[in-house]
Design a protein around this ligand. Sequence first.
Ligand code: FCB
Length: 418
Amino acid sequence: MINSDNVLKFPPGFLWGTATAPTQVEGHIENEWTSFVAQDGNNCKIACDNYHRYPEDIDWMSRLGTNAYRFGIEWSRLQSAPFAPLNQNELARYVDLLDRLRAAGITPMAVLHHFSNPPWINAAGGWTNPATIPAFVDYVRKLVAAIKDRVYLWNTFNEPDTYACVAYLLGGFPPQQRWKLGQFRRVIDHMARAHAQASRVIRREGHAGRKPEVGIAKNWTFFHAYKRFSPWDRATAFGCHYTFNKFVLDAFLGGWRRRASTYIGLNYYGRVRFHHFRAMIPASGTPVKDIKDVGFVCDDMVERYPEGLGKILGYLRRKFRLPIYITEHGAASDDEPFRELDLQQNLQALHRSMSEGTDVRGFFYWSLMDNFEWQFGYTKKFGLLAVDFQDPKLPRSLKPLAGVYSQICRDNSIRVSP
Ligand code: FCB
């Protein structure tokens, strides 16, 4: 990491990627989101039609100059019943996607669970049911056997924290339950057990040339009090931190469970401050203007807190001593200069932490393209590529931030102003 003339270099071989999730981009999916109507009145039935357009989307990745892609493999496409053989047509499509990535020199990171389950898993209670664990491990075993020579970076669960919290405490994701704390804990516990078992399978049976790496993606959000001395603000912030961060991290990585991961995936967006029980972020319904009026910097989702990235990276380094990938970071806004500043600030924080010794191996921008943002539908624009959802052909086009990110990927460095 030699730095000169205000250029901050990243180590050779650093992965610069983009990230997506099947439900958000593929379309033509049969899972619990198929019939879900988002707040903007839309659904994910077509989404970005990446199911058909993945060759074109890989061309876009090449144009961006990225060398990695974090994408999901949709369980509901591959198995129609517990312990069933994998659907060979759907498998062939994912294999073709992987072959095209390889031809383009793009390293895949495969996500095995990203907020969605096959209908037959949901019908049996989803992850509240312990029977989901062996069903998932069976799926993983078959998938690993089929694609191990094409994938070495495995991401078992994307944000189990967000999934369990929004589905069982906040009612935003299917099955839209509220304040079911017992269910929340059960889901986390079952997913953590499934992660440990799936990880064993991947490491024992997934070795094909290159040693497999496996981890989860933990969303880390800072929860702070709006008024430092308000007991209500502090209690709410502490409760959220405890449930969302500490409990989940302990379940997946505490004690012996640390050995179930060879790396930590970190999804980092920023911070939430609480005024009494109210989360002062646009994602919880507080208007962006109100938040800006009190002096907070936020995108269309949460408060920006780039200095937090260094803090959490330092904490994870000291506590777990595992390599880290930034499996997601991004900002939703129509304001491209704002998004550029956010990216710069977060990459500077990342670089600083790496200079202090944190072993970070890659960074994946969320997201390759504008897509179906769960309960919010198509209103949150995270993409490097814009997608025109009014046009049935769903044309993609580069946004200004794509040019900025592309330069960073090609240079393997960022420029900072003197
Ligand atoms: C993360 C999710 C991802 C997307 C981004 C904005 O929490 O993993 O699917 O929704 O936030």
